[in-house]
Design a protein around this ligand. Structure first.
Ligand SMILES: C[S@@+](CC[C@H](N)C(=O)[O-])C[C@H]1O[C@@H](n2cnc3c(N)ncnc32)[C@H](O)[C@@H]1O
Length: 269
């Protein structure tokens, strides 16, 4: 039974999260020889954002997540895709017991930090075929950072994240400190027996224009500001943030900058 479910209520809002670099699949397919024939496993897949983006490089894709509500979103998004996708509710730490077989690649999009990283890296290494790749994907800057590298003049004002977080904090109290700085992922992967580790930085999307509703949904998609944390005050919070955003952009358009997409690759021996 799942007792701690930080993403249960956030799942329906996850669609508002900004996408990864559109260069992700072509860059990885070329470097790693993905030709549409192998198998991909996506750990901590959420609603399948990364699994679906990488899917054209593989014959079949397995997405695994601890949170059933996230998998419901993934299933709905791939309902018309036949049996190319399968979605499994489990903890990544339990991978060997699941009998999922061997994979050409195992990806993790913004999910590795939630896991017992040493245990999961070892399981991933064992699940990969020779020369297979563990693929860690993140926005290089947190989604809530200041815009950089954007078109000038910008087509719309940036999202005033500092002011929105101040409103979140005033209602929910101080956030948990960021996850403790782990051992750099590259060092961990080498220690766990991956033979080569590489880092890629792929250009982030600079063309994302969003509305205030979309901005608020992005916040509600996070574990810190998931809807259940606001209880009955959720409509009030929504109204408060909408008013703040309208002051910044009366025509309700904002430029979102998720940052470049960082990829750490661990190649198995
Ligand atoms: C921030 S979301 C990332 C979703 C998606 N991979 C992406 O790239 O946007 C993190 C996901 O990891 C899942 N998760 C956290 N700990 C997990 C674990 N130990 N095993 C499997 N999934 C886990 C959460 O349920 C959540 O769906």
């Amino acid at each position: 039974m799942q007792t701690d479910r930080p993403y249960r209520e956030a799942a329906p809002y996850y669609h508002a999260r900004p996408p990864y670099s559109s260069a992700l699949l072509p860059a990885l397919a070329e470097r790693l020889g993905w030709d549409g024939t192998g198998r991909l496993l996506d750990l901590g897949c959420g609603p399948g954002v990364l699994a679906r983006q990488l899917a054209p490089g593989f014959a079949t894709v397995v997405g695994l997540d601890a949170e059933e509500a996230m998998l419901d979103e993934a299933r709905a998004a791939t309902a018309g895709a036949g049996d190319r996708f399968s979605w499994v509710q489990a903890y990544a730490e339990d991978l060997p017991a699941l009998g999922l077989g061997a994979f050409q690649a195992v990806s993790l999009g913004q999910s590795f930090h939630w896991m017992d990283r040493e245990v999961v890296a070892r399981h991933v290494r064992d699940a990969l075929i020779p020369c297979g790749a563990m693929v860690l994907v993140h926005h290089d800057r947190p989604s809530f950072d200041t815009p950089q590298g954007l078109p000038t003049p910008p087509p719309a004002p940036p999202i005033p994240h500092d002011e929105i977080w101040a409103l979140v904090d005033s209602r929910l109290g101080p956030r948990n400190p960021a996850f403790a700085a782990p051992e750099p992922y590259a060092d961990l992967l080498l220690r766990m027996g991956f033979t080569r580790v590489q880092r890629l930085l792929l250009p982030g999307r600079t063309d994302l224009l969003v509305t205030s509703d979309h901005v608020i949904d992005t916040y509600l998609s996070t574990s810190f500001a998931a809807p259940d944390r606001f209880g009955d005050a959720l409509p009030e919070f929504r109204a408060e943030v909408t008013a703040l955003l309208r002051r910044h952009s009366p025509d309700d358009r904002f430029l979102e900058w998720p940052g470049d997409t960082e990829v750490i690759l661990g190649i198995s021996g």
